[in-house]
Write a protein that binds this ligand. Sequence first.
Ligand SMILES: [Zn+2]
Length: 96
Amino acid sequence: MKYIEHIVREYLCDGCGEPLGNQDGHPYIQAGENNYCYDCALKRGLIDAQRWLCANGIYIYDHAVYQDGVISAYRKWGKGFRRDVVRIFDQNGERV
Ligand SMILES: [Zn+2]
């Protein structure tokens, strides 16, 4: 009988230490030798806010910027844009 060893490597986020869930097909961000979850990648400026929103299933915005724990997201509204401001991390960097 032949045994086949199946090894799946579960990566941990190099920022927060949480499992990245790559075994389950969850996306994560690679930066050099390090792997990051989307939260940590956003904090480090590796991805922009628009990409973070899409990774969290939010596709309604046309443009988004991140600064100091807050995402400002814009969507077309008539002839202008409507802005939604959402705090996603508190002062300690924890998800709110
Ligand atoms: Zn992380």
